[in-house]
Design a protein around this ligand. Structure first.
Ligand code: SF4
Length: 701
């Protein structure tokens, strides 16, 4: 960066990557971000990981979309076939006027035929205000709830279980509360790579003597800090957790007083757990009865314990049951609502919490208010000044793709999501998108999804826009524009507002703060949080009064459920959707890496991050590689019932011998071509974490 003192402006904002929500200062020269520093936000206290510190240069990448584009009449058939460096083979540049006109008229034409023929995917990378406007666009403009976003692919099952059993879909305590814990469980999460700044707090916790229990089928990095590492069989979460709770019941280690005062359905849970003895579950989950007993005693014996989980828990057809077990474990040990205790699903995207809170989900309006409640819908349509919309829950991400494939949904508006890479069974999703009559994509790059678009609207990065985001801790923070968008690109909220006006909605916002003000009218979670306060403060919701910085811990005095009680929901064992067999004998699991973010559209265009991790790779145990006759660095072929990819193999002793781990950021070896689209019946989340796979040496090696 040369002379670090040589910059024109510095702007405070929030890192655009993970749900930790690190506050940053952007040093800008000549409308270019020169470098980024961590500043003193409550979630990061000055710290940043490699993505936050070095992964900003994608915003200046030559592939940025700078003008609206319209698919050419003579373009080749729709497919994943556009060169991102040469878009003009498939698209032509258009004015905003023309592109908006084509998009709006196309959407209105489909709406006139059948409003349900249009669906929308919003974005967890956009601001709260943009998420709110996007769901309003579909609900008010098309009178139904077929609007969703990538929460469906990450923590939908966790949210379903939390709403069911504690009455709220957000964390009960901030991750920083671990400084008051005696014990913590991290299960199905890899925070060293995926929430690196949160991981620094977890490491500090162990240094001061806190007991750390790590549970994961992969030997994730936090195992180095763990007192107990439970590397359990993939998909055996419920067996393992029920066995731990069986010990707590049998040895009467539970907190009777807490259970009596604050919970319901305890007797049913107790009865249910009887069958799950450590001896009976040991072989299923691959953990010895002794260790299951030891872990039960450590967790139940502590004064205050926290449970953190990630997508290793949620991305299963039994993801909701996995979360139900974690909730039951916290409740029976009295570990909710006090310092150092709580339930914390580590949220993935920078604003997946906020986008969900803002109603970007098909079954809930903002603040998780049911679309099926007539009074609630009326409270929104009163504010919106419009008529009623459907009282039916809308379709989720994967259900929408299936309806596109079936020809029932013919038009989509997609803002900042890349389902052609992120959906399970990606070839199926891509085939579906090729069938659409109209796809309007609003994004910063020509993503894999935008390959299928009819109209492309150039949008803004987080560092080019104004608004608020909410992190995994329920902390609401302001983002601010440090640089102006390139060319004719615009802030996302402005694009949605203009499109809404063009399809006939009476929207009039002059400033994004007016959207925030409208959100507050029907979102009690934003009570006492004002735009003015957010100028200088980070505020954790709920904020109890106008100077309250917010509540790091909630539910100390009851739960937002009937009689203020949380609920035990017993969970039975549901095996993974497809079992390994002679044809596909191994287990594939997918996830992220430290340097690459989700579908790679941003980080693979970041010089430093892409230089560190430039090539698609998968991880296999060295013994497995030897058995296959493959050297580390050589190519393997991975095949499932959905398709096959060839990818470079790495040796990793921490992975089980019958498993392969595949990051999903690489289009040239897209993991989601292989993944199983079977979904959890409650959260409707796909089983990304378990596919039966065959691994072979690639031909020509
Ligand atoms: Fe950004 Fe997350 Fe890294 Fe913080 S931990 S700098 S929010 S990617």
């Amino acid at each position: 960066v040369g002379d670090r003192a040589d910059f024109d402006t510095e702007t405070e904002s929030v890192c655009p990557f993970c749900g930790v929500g690190c506050k940053v200062s952007l040093k800008v020269k000549d409308n270019k971000v020169k470098y980024v520093e961590g500043i003193n936000g409550p979630a990061n206290e000055g710290r940043l990981c490699v993505k936050g510190r070095f992964g900003f240069d994608y915003i200046h990448h030559p592939h940025r979309l700078t003008k609206p584009l319209i698919r050419r009449d003579d373009a080749p058939a729709k497919g994943l076939n556009v060169d991102p460096g040469n878009l003009m083979t498939h698209f032509r540049e258009a004015t905003w006027e023309e592109a908006m006109d084509v998009a709006a008229k196309g959407l209105v034409k489909l709406r006139d035929q059948d409003p349900k023929s249009v669906a929308g995917f919003g974005s967890a990378k956009c601001t709260n205000e943009e998420a709110y406007l996007f769901q309003k666009f579909i609900r008010q403009g098309f009178k139904h709830n077929n609007v969703d976003h990538c929460t469906r692919l990450c923590h939908a099952s966790s949210v379903a279980a939390l709403i069911e059993n504690v009455g709220s879909g957000a964390v009960t305590a901030t991750f920083n509360q671990i400084e008051n814990s005696d014990v913590a469980i991290i299960i199905g999460a890899n925070p060293i790579e995926n929430h690196p700044v949160a991981a620094t707090y977890f490491k500090q916790f162990t240094k001061r003597g806190g007991k750390l229990i790590v549970m994961d089928p992969r030997g994730v990095g936090m195992r180095r800090y763990a007192d107990e590492m439970l590397q359990f069989r993939p998909g055996a979460d419920v067996s393992m957790l029920n066995a731990i709770m069986n010990v707590i019941v049998e040895e009467e280690l539970y907190d009777s007083q807490y259970i009596h005062r604050w919970t319901e359905n305890w007797e049913a849970e107790k009865e249910h757990l009887k069958a799950f003895t450590p001896e009976a579950m040991s072989e299923i989950c691959g953990i010895s009865p002794e260790q299951l007993r030891r872990v039960a005693r450590i967790f139940a014996g502590a004064e205050a314990g926290m449970i953190f989980w990630g997508m290793g828990v949620s991305q299963h057809i039994h993801g909701t049951d996995n979360s139900r077990c974690l909730i039951s474990l916290a409740l029976m040990t009295g570990n909710v609502g006090k310092p150092g205790a709580g339930l914390h699903p580590l949220r993935g995207q920078n604003n997946v919490q906020g986008a969900s809170d803002a109603g970007l989900i098909p079954m809930f309006l903002p603040d998780y208010q049911s679309v099926m409640d007539d009074g609630i819908r009326k409270s929104f349509t009163d504010v919106w000044g419009s008529g009623d919309f459907s009282n039916e829950k809308g379709l989720t991400v994967t259900e929408i793709v299936d309806q596109v494939y079936a020809g029932n949904i013919k038009g989509m508006y997609i803002q900042g999501e890349n389902p052609a890479m992120s959906d399970p069974d990606a070839d199926h999703a891509r085939e579906a998108f090729a069938k659409l009559d109209l796809m309007v994509v609003q994004d910063i790059f020509l993503t894999e999804t935008a390959n299928f678009a009819d109209v492309i609207l150039p949008a803004s990065t987080l560092y080019e826009k104004n608004g608020t985001v909410s992190n995994t801790n329920r902390q609401v923070q302001r983002v601010r524009p440090a640089v102006t968008p390139p060319g004719e690109a615009r802030e996302d909220w402005k694009i949605t507002v203009e499109l809404a006006q063009r399809i006939g909605l009476p929207w009039a916002y002059n400033d994004v703060s007016e959207v925030f003000a409208e959100m507050k009218l029907n979102m009690k979670s934003l009570d006492n949080i004002t735009w003015e306060r957010l100028e200088t403060e980070t505020i954790t919701y709920p904020s109890l009064h106008e100077t309250d910085p917010g509540q790091a811990i909630v539910f100390g005095d009851g739960f937002p459920r009937a009689e203020g009680r949380a609920k035990f929901t017993p969970a039975s064992v549901i095996p993974p959707d497809e079992a390994p067999d002679a044809e596909f004998p191994m287990i594939m699991t997918t996830g992220r890496q430290l340097e690459h973010w989700h579908t790679g559209s941003m980080t693979r265009r970041s010089l430093v991050l892409d230089a560190v991790e430039p090539e698609a790779n998968c991880s296999l145990h060295p013994k497995t590689l030897r058995a296959l006759g493959v050297e580390p660095g050589e190519m393997v072929r991975l095949s499932t019932r959905r398709g096959a990819i060839e990818i470079m193999a790495r040796a990793d002793r921490a992975i089980a011998e019958d498993m392969v781990f595949v990051p999903f950021a690489y289009v040239e070896a897209a993991a989601n071509i292989l993944t199983n689209p079977a979904i959890d019946p409650y959260g409707k989340i796909p089983e990304f974490k378990f596919s039966a796979v065959r691994v072979e040496k690639a031909k020509g090696q």
